[in-house]
Design a protein around this ligand. Sequence first.
Ligand SMILES: Nc1ncnc2c1ncn2[C@@H]1O[C@H](COP(=O)(O)OP(=O)(O)OP(=O)(O)O)[C@@H](O)[C@H]1O
Ligand SMILES: [Mg+2]
Length: 392
Amino acid sequence: MTRITGVYREVGASGERAKAFIALALPVSDPPLRLAGELARLHRDAGEAVARLALAGVMVPDAGWFLYGFVRKEAVISSQIEGTQATLMDVLTFEATRETDQPEDVEEVCNYVSAMEHARRELARSGGLPISTRLLCEAHRRLMRGVRGADKAPGQLRRVQNWIGGSSLMRASFVPPPADEVPGAMGALEKWIHGDDALSPLVKAGLAHVQFETIHPFLDGNGRLGRLLITLLLEHWKVLSSPLLYLSLAFRRRQSEYYARLAAVRAEGDWEGWTGFYLECVMEAANDGVRVARELFAVLERDRRRVAQHKRATVAALRLMDALPRRPVVTAPMVSKALGVTAPTARKAMDVLADAGVLKETTGKDRDRAFAYGEYLEVLMGKAGGSLREVQ
Ligand SMILES: Nc1ncnc2c1ncn2[C@@H]1O[C@H](COP(=O)(O)OP(=O)(O)OP(=O)(O)O)[C@@H](O)[C@H]1O
Ligand SMILES: [Mg+2]
């Protein structure tokens, strides 16, 4: 199926000229997007997988349980699509010790976490910002904080022409709209998001992602913010009660198809092709999420029993065990603060957990030691693997 998708306008930058693409605003029209046949089946299957994930999220004793790990895993993987090398262990160790040997990569991942947390806080706060250009700008400011983002106009829609793929404007694989079109296009996207398109929230979130990427409103970070937008929309529309569905891993596994599907929407108006791809990714991500949540739950239960049965078990040791999902890498001062116990009590609790095989020292140093719940992190990263550096 071919649709008219937008218009081209000639633009110039650094002495070169090219045709920039100005997409039609959503909804998809002529013809509208209909989920029939294979697409309808995919939509139903993806919906069921997401419902199972929602259930896994409420199965655990406390909603915050998986969140800490899931959010950071997504931040690591979404940043890896951009080429960032930091691993989950690097990031968690930095959060515990404030020390790292690759400050820029770790900063980038921490910025992603901070952008996501800020946006979720705003959405949850009464009187906070809704899902809007302004909220995305605020998330962008956080994402671009520090060394690498300094010259990327943090927090602002771009004022210059950009392009994707290729070393120059003329060689680019895609030239997004001229800067003066960006505010209007973002306004139209925002209006559509809050409008009454009859498509399911799940599908709508996928379309919003494409439109956001096609507008490419920022100088950098559009991929990460566009993927974050999906997460925020799914939570906002109550598809999930907490943000447990993360698509970056599925997109990364099929990265060239991901880019090709985006390009085909612009070139041919192939929204059906995109939606099929996206729903497959949703299904994969939801199934992954369910499996990881179950495995984490099992590991935690087993280890809790081990600690409880340990001959030197203390109340503090059990409380530490219960706190680990929220902080899988810890230091002695952190534990003593979090549990409100003295340093010797904290150290004793950590000793018990180390002796029970739950915690392992990761820094190899005598002082400022950090202890990681290695197996938990391995299960969390799952097949994303390779991204978790060996513990010891
Ligand atoms: N042909 C295309 N049309 C529209 N968008 C595209 C196309 N190819 C890639 N993209 C989007 O552009 C993003 C890259 O843009 P940008 O560098 O601003 O984002 P980023 O967050 O820094 O990078 P990344 O997504 O690689 O982490 C890709 O992730 C993808 O979402
Ligand atoms: Mg980039």
